[in-house]
Design a protein around this ligand. Structure first.
Ligand code: PLP
Length: 414
């Protein structure tokens, strides 16, 4: 049989709607300056789907730092992997600054958050060890676990009673194998916006011996008094043994970092295959990240602005009777009842008739019969944006409840 037969037989669970959805619901092209308003298919839309939490993506000082670095160094420098010929004092400075910011002794840069996480897990565990992880873990965590043959136990999302049970099982097995235990959770869960129960997990360290890895992709810059993340928010940053952050969100860049004690980071530095055998981050990314971190450290303004918008949006939507699940972070999920037909109609209505662009999540990512419209507030949104959006969402909710979208879909497909 030809290996490629599968490539024409179907595109899988995500790609199954590609023919109708591509360019609109998936792979849409947002054009213009990264801001609260952008262009979609030639029309201006109010955008709620960028993880530009602190609004730094298009900040003039950030743009200037990126451009200056590109002018001075180009995109090529430094050539080669960090270990061979891709090291600079700025890479080292950035990782030390990041580590200090999140209250850790040492840090190491990752070319992409995703690949970095895969390698962190791959490096920290071997076949004697046991991983215990949350059922809602991000794809990069799942892929990281696939790299090793070690045993892993999953606990239902944020279920601490079950986590304790899994830790009992894990402890027995690790003792038998002569290995250790790694617990993995996220700080902020990016789809639903609820927080990993870091305080309760940290508390379990008194009862069980394990190390804690936290993926704080959505928490870095947004959570905690200084923006040092979800551990800071809960007052348990010191209990996080390995802290992971990405530049793809609050830092409005690309790449990421890992931080922890010196020995752990040194071990990761010499063993993370995705970093050892890959080219170093180019200078504009590094100098740009140094600038962004400096701005985040020097001013609370961005985070404060973000939270003004978050609070107004979540309060406004709740007052209109929307179900926002258990979010405690900027991620704002609007949970509605309905299937894929209604979801596509709502999204199109919002885009075409109200000029609102947001991301939509449906089955199989979330349970059948549910629609999740995910709104990401940022520091560059305004209170007028919020007011307008709440108003439009109320109208859309009414139409959904009246069965208008289901009817329209039937007519369209009849
Ligand atoms: C929770 C979480 N972890 C890791 C990543 C991957 O990070 P990156 O985009 O830097 O590869 C993401 C997505 O961006 C994420 O949401």
């Amino acid at each position: 049989m030809d290996l490629f037969n599968k490539t024409t037989a179907g595109l899988g669970s995500i790609g199954q709607y590609a023919d109708e959805a591509e360019g609109y619901y998936v792979f849409p092209k947002l054009e213009g300056e990264l801001s609260n308003k952008m262009q979609f298919q030639g029309k201006e839309v109010l955008v709620w789907s960028l993880n530009n939490y602190l609004g730094l993506a298009n900040h003039p000082d950030v743009r200037k730092a990126d451009a200056d670095a590109a002018k001075e160094y180009g995109m090529a420098y430094p050539m080669g992997a960090r270990m061979m010929s891709g090291q600079t004092k700025y890479h080292e400075q950035l990782e030390q600054d990041l580590a200090t910011f999140v209250g850790k002794k040492a840090g190491y840069l990752l070319n992409y958050g995703y690949q970095g996480m895969v390698s962190i897990i791959d490096t920290l565990v071997d076949r004697h060890d046991v991983i215990v992880y949350d059922s809602d873990a991000h794809a990069c965590i799942l892929d990281g676990m696939r790299m090793q043959v070690c045993k892993r136990f999953v606990y239902p999302h944020n279920n601490m009673v079950n986590l304790e049970k899994q830790l009992e099982r894990a402890t027995k097995l690790a003792n038998k194998n002569g290995g250790g235990i790694l617990v993995i959770t996220e700080g902020v869960y990016g789809m639903a916006g609820d927080l990993g129960k870091l305080k309760e997990i940290a508390e379990l360290k008194k009862k069980f011996e394990f190390r804690l890895l936290v993926d704080d992709a959505h928490g870095f810059g947004t959570m905690g008094e200084t923006g040092a993340g979800t551990g800071e928010h809960f007052g348990v940053q010191d209990e996080i043994d390995v802290y992971f952050g990405t530049f793809a969100k609050s830092m409005a860049g690309i790449g990421g970092f890992v931080a922890g004690d010196k020995d752990v980071i040194r071990f990761l530095k010499y063993n993370m295959r995705s970093q050892i055998y890959a080219k170093s981050l180019p200078m504009p990314m590094v100098m740009g990240a140094i600038k962004r971190l400096e701005m985040i450290k020097e001013s609370q303004e961005y985070k404060d602005k973000l939270w003004v918008i978050v609070n107004a949006l979540q309060k406004g939507l709740k007052e209109q009777g929307f179900n926002l699940g258990d979010t405690e972070s900027p991620v704002t999920p609007v949970i509605l009842k309905g299937g894929v037909p209604e979801a596509t109609q709502i999204t199109a209505d919002l885009r075409e008739n109200y000029g609102i662009f947001c991301s939509i999540v449906v089955y199989p990512v979330i349970p059948k019969g549910m629609i999740l419209l995910r709104l990401i507030p940022t520091a560059v949104h305004t209170l007028e944006d919020v007011e307008y959006t709440v108003e439009c969402f109320s109208k859309v909710k009414e139409k959904l409840e009246n069965g208008k979208y289901a009817k329209e879909f039937k007519t369209m497909t009849a």
